[in-house]
Design a protein around this ligand. Structure first.
Ligand SMILES: [Zn+2]
Length: 343
């Protein structure tokens, strides 16, 4: 596996472009029509390798802040273009490197400013380690509150990883995307959040969490019944989830569910693919990450209508095994190497 290095959205696009033009590839990497566009007009890009009837879908960055999942998807694309054992006539791999481009853009724009333009690679690595260590320390706060070591008010205070961004020059933040900038900053200002929350922005620019944005999500009812501020946990404990924010908010109006455009694009893609004659969807690897470790979200919802007669129990076991293998082989190396930004 090629090295894992930090990539902002431009780096991702450039790397994929180079990969598509690489004449040494054993298999062609093709750019397809985008699956859709976000409300602020960013494309949800889609690439394929292979022409076979069996489709395997691989996606990264459902949550914008989980940038290592996108880096993994790009590296996987690289590996498969070179893989002589890949049976291109039997399989098609559908890559969606960034499901949530607005969130990815917000997070990496802040991280770019933190890492600095003219800083050395060494300094960037040092800053990334500081970020990771601060975030880690922040996740231990709730346990300390529970044991009485810290008072409950600490939960709502600015987190140490957020404080790292206090001096960031906001004029430079999302300079080329003023609408996305305005939308994200509006949420931050309205709630009086530290600007550092923008550095770990899992939601889209409207502050909606795509993996929570499903109509059968029980959290919608819970949040509605709470009838007041509901705060997040761990490193996000000073942010709310009952109104748009950096994480966990399921929809814009809790009383009236609506899908975000990113999710509609993904749903439409699966729907169209599943109805294409001869095509079989055999797996969907939907990667997520936390603290530099990647995992794969299995699907298991009792209420979900099983449109495609999927054997969910079997899928969950398969997903678990593949996710464990991936973690063992790759994700831990990211931490062990300690050389790159991990979120
Ligand atoms: Zn996630």
């Amino acid at each position: 596996m090629a090295k894992f290095a930090y990539m902002n959205i431009q780096d991702v696009n450039n790397t994929i472009k180079q990969l598509m033009e690489n004449k040494e590839n054993k298999h062609q990497l093709k750019e397809m029509q985008p699956l859709g566009y976000t409300e602020f007009g960013l494309a949800i890009k889609h690439y394929t390798i292979g022409n076979g009837p069996k489709h395997i879908v691989v996606s990264g960055s459902y949550h914008g802040a989980e940038i290592i999942t996108t880096i993994f998807v790009v590296r996987l694309m690289e590996e498969i273009t070179k893989d002589i054992n890949f049976q291109a006539d039997q399989y098609t791999i559908d890559f969606i490197p960034i499901v949530n481009p607005e969130g990815y853009l917000i997070t990496t724009s802040m991280q770019d400013l933190y890492l600095g333009k003219s800083t050395t690679e060494e300094e960037k690595i040092a800053r990334a380690k500081t970020y990771w260590a601060s975030y880690w320390a922040d996740t231990t706060i709730p346990a300390k509150v529970k044991s009485g070591e810290l008072s409950e008010t600490v939960l709502l205070e600015k987190k140490s990883y957020q404080a790292l961004f206090d001096d960031v020059n906001l004029d430079e933040f999302l300079k080329n995307d003023p609408e996305i900038k305005a939308s994200a900053l509006n949420i931050v200002k309205k709630n009086n959040y530290p600007i550092g929350v923008l550095a770990a922005w899992t939601t889209n620019a409207h502050g909606i969490d795509l993996s929570q944005n499903v109509p059968y999500n029980p959290a919608i009812k819970t949040l509605l019944e709470a009838n007041g501020p509901v705060y997040n946990h761990l490193a996000y404990a000073n942010t709310r989830k009952d109104i748009p924010g950096p994480i966990n908010t399921p929809c814009r109006d809790l009383k009236k569910f609506s899908f975000e455009l990113e999710n509609l694009a993904i749903l439409n893609f699966f729907e169209t693919l599943s109805q294409t004659p001869g095509v079989e969807i055999i797996a969907y690897f939907n990667y997520h990450s936390v603290m530099g470790k990647m995992y794969q979200k299995p699907i298991k919802e009792d209420e979900i209508i099983n449109l495609y007669n999927v054997d969910y129990e079997r899928k969950i076991i398969e997903n678990y095994i593949s996710s464990r293998i991936f973690r063992a082989k790759n994700a831990y190396n990211i931490i062990e190497s300690e050389d790159y930004l991990v979120i």
